[in-house]
Design a protein around this ligand. Structure first.
Ligand code: WT7
Length: 659
């Protein structure tokens, strides 16, 4: 790999093709290849007409739009801008009014088992709407108005979806923060968005332990969160929590004091729906902003196409609502499509490694969508727990978050899917809002290791450093040449960074940050991030965030974090650390630093390995040469170009450095 990373060499070649099984294709919504081809061609020749039709077909508009795309303020797309609608109306009310009132919207299972059947809660579309109506009144009562930001810091319980939909119902903007983030990270995100209200729970169950979320919120709000006026607390674990008078309120008390009435507030299509923070190459996370009409069109249409959803399906996406997958393909896409969504609160190995397979068998899950990192974990556990269960209800499988290696793909296909289920490998990003590249499973062969072709109306390309389209099989930068409705509109509070990150590298195109190649059949093979962002267990982690956490430790002078390939997590974090001069390196310090990162950012960012060194390799201009550290961490030696290295002896010392 070259230093500028503009060209990437690919060594992977995969020849296996898995055509749609006849039984699947026969029942698929889109089962006619000629029809699919016609759709692709029409969409490619006029993407705005394609997406405008989709917006009219998929959604209920309180005020119809007259214009598809307005790109005059590029790179800020405006889709369907003069139309008005409400997301919660589309996800709930319209289904209640058209035959799905008594259809299950959410089927949720809690983690605890206590030797008994686990707790299961089913909410029909009618019941879910009633909850959302009440919650919308609670928000209003606590002073939340249209456009205000609400931070949601909850475990994976139905209230997470209810809170999101209640915000949408009154035009408030939610920012969901994954329950694994620390007090520090939570505070940064609350302050960046200027949240007025925080919705949390006493705790949530994970691996048999109650995660004490309210305590973390109290710590985050301990100082310097000037915009927060109230905290709403859902009772989940039932343990004691401190309630601050005047600020903290019990969710259940307010819900009881509210009525299941009231309509939603129509908002313009470009009204903000949510902010979701994701890592970038600098320390500060990016608040990705998504809006209403384009986003909902995109996730609804792609959910139906990629998952071939039917009214009798039970769909389970294992993502937490704290990530974009949880927003687009647990809550908004599936509910807007009128599907039944299964949710599970806890860990896959609780109380033992049978849990996921037991869930699939007991609930008769038909569509299962998870991440390659989870699949590698299941592979490592062996097939015994899987083979003990009847997984014949499954008809379609999916993956997201990172490239899936062909071996794991084939294992997924055979062992979980019984050789019967297509696998949709879905490529997309927090910024893209919804899936952009994935197979249409009823008409297209799946190929292990590639997300295959762009969905209709999506126009990606592979370009070289000069922005010129690359020939087949040549690696380059993955870009999008035409706006799409789900695309991010800006970075909250930092529009300059939005333009710079996504629209400056390749003029006229959206730059994804991924390297990829396109094979001679047109399939896109993702080769990884071209910058320094790491991907651990399907979550993007900025090196800078971890480095700033490390240097906040009193003994640390400097730190550089790189990824090395890891069979289980995709990438594992290796931290190279120099200590303050004169600090002796004591046993246990590496472990102290790992825990320090956990506390600062969250366990997902904890380095797998900490190496101490007297100095880090730098260029003459003082930039740490992460490329060399990556080689060192991954292969143990450095074979690449070291000509720009300032001090060669540093590298020599690092080769031998260890805990
Ligand atoms: C990055 C986006 C999309 C929701 C989860 C992650 C990588 C994602 C795939 C895939 C190869 C993938 C890319 C992308 N990625 N899906 N199917 N094949 N790589 O969202 O945190 O915004 O990360 O994840 O590198 O740019 P995210």
């Amino acid at each position: 790999m070259k230093d500028n990373n503009d060209t990437i060499t690919s060594t992977l070649t995969e020849e296996r093709r898995f055509a749609p099984p006849a039984a699947f294709a026969a029942r698929a919504q889109l089962g006619d290849p000629a029809q699919a081809q016609a759709l692709r061609e029409a969409a490619a020749s006029d993407p705005v007409a394609y997406w405008s039709d989709a917006a009219r077909q998929e959604l209920r508009w309180t005020k119809p739009f007259t214009q598809g795309l307005d790109w005059s303020r590029a790179p800020h797309a405006q889709w369907f801008a003069d139309g008005e609608l409400n997301v919660s109306d589309n996800c709930l009310d319209r289904h209640c009014e058209s035959g799905r009132l008594h259809k299950a919207a959410l089927i949720w299972e809690g983690e605890p088992v206590n030797g008994n059947e686990p707790e299961v809660r089913t909410l029909t579309y009618g019941q879910l709407r009633a909850q959302v109506q009440r919650a919308a009144q609670v928000l209003t009562r606590l002073g939340v108005q249209k456009g205000d930001r609400v931070a949601i810091y909850l475990p994976l319980i139905p209230e997470a979806a209810i809170a999101m939909l209640a915000c949408a119902r009154i035009g408030a903007v939610h920012s969901v923060i994954f329950g694994g983030f620390s007090a520090e990270s939570l505070r940064d995100r609350i302050n960046d968005a200027g949240a007025k209200l925080v919705i949390t729970a006493d705790g949530g169950w994970r691996r048999g332990q109650a995660l004490r979320l309210k305590d973390v919120v109290d710590e985050a709000l301990g100082h310097r969160t000037p915009t927060v006026t109230s905290v709403l607390v859902v009772q989940r674990t039932g343990h004691d929590v401190a309630m601050s008078a005047g600020r903290d309120h019990w969710w259940h008390e307010h819900m009881e004091a509210s009525k299941a009435t009231g309509t939603s507030v129509p908002v313009p299509a470009e009204h903000p729906l949510f902010i979701l923070y994701t890592s970038g190459t600098t320390g500060k996370p990016k608040g990705i902003l998504h809006t209403t009409g384009g986003y909902l069109t995109h996730v609804t249409r792609t959910f139906k196409q990629v998952f071939d959803i039917r009214d009798d399906d039970l769909y389970w996406c294992t993502a937490d609502v704290g990530w974009i997958t949880g927003h687009s393909y647990v809550v908004y896409g599936p509910l807007s499509a009128g599907a039944t969504v299964f949710l599970y609160e806890g860990a896959p190995a609780f109380p033992d490694k049978n849990r996921f397979w037991d869930i699939i068998e007991r609930h008769r899950i038909s569509i299962f969508y998870t991440a390659p990192t989870a699949l590698r974990t299941f592979m490592a556990w062996g097939e015994a727990p899987i083979l003990k269960h009847d997984l014949s209800s499954l008809r379609l499988l999916g993956t997201v978050g990172e490239p899936i290696n062909p071996a794991a793909w084939v294992w997924y296909h055979e062992v979980i899917g019984g050789g019967r289920c297509p696998i949709v490998d879905t490529w997309w990003q927090t910024e893209t809002g919804g899936i952009l590249i994935a197979p249409l499973p009823g008409v297209q062969a799946c190929v292990p290791g590639t997300a295959t072709l762009p969905l209709p109306g999506i126009l990606p390309d592979i370009v070289g450093p000069d922005g010129a389209s690359q020939p087949a099989n040549a690696g380059g930068l993955l870009v999008l040449k035409h706006p799409w409705p789900g695309m991010a509109r800006t970075i909250w509070g930092d529009d300059a960074r939005f333009k710079d990150t996504y629209f400056s590298r390749v003029p006229g195109s959206y730059f994804t940050g991924d390297g990829a190649r396109r094979d001679s059949d047109g399939n896109f093979w993702i080769m990884g991030r071209v910058d320094d962002v790491l991907n651990v267990s399907g979550h993007r982690i900025g090196t800078m965030e971890v480095e700033s956490a490390l240097v906040s430790h009193p003994l640390v002078a400097e730190a550089a974090v790189v990824g090395r390939p890891d069979l289980l997590t995709g990438q594992a974090l290796v931290a190279f650390v120099t200590l303050n001069l004169g600090t002796p390196q004591h046993p246990g310090l590496a472990e102290d630093l790992r825990q320090h990162v956990s506390r600062e950012i969250g366990a997902l960012a904890r380095p797998a390995e900490v190496r101490f060194a007297a100095a880090l390799p730098k260029t003459r201009s003082g930039k740490i040469m992460r490329r060399l550290l990556r080689e060192l961490a991954g292969q143990g030696t450095v074979s690449g170009d070291t000509s720009t290295l300032e001090d060669l002896s540093v590298l020599e010392a690092l080769r031998t450095a260890d805990e």
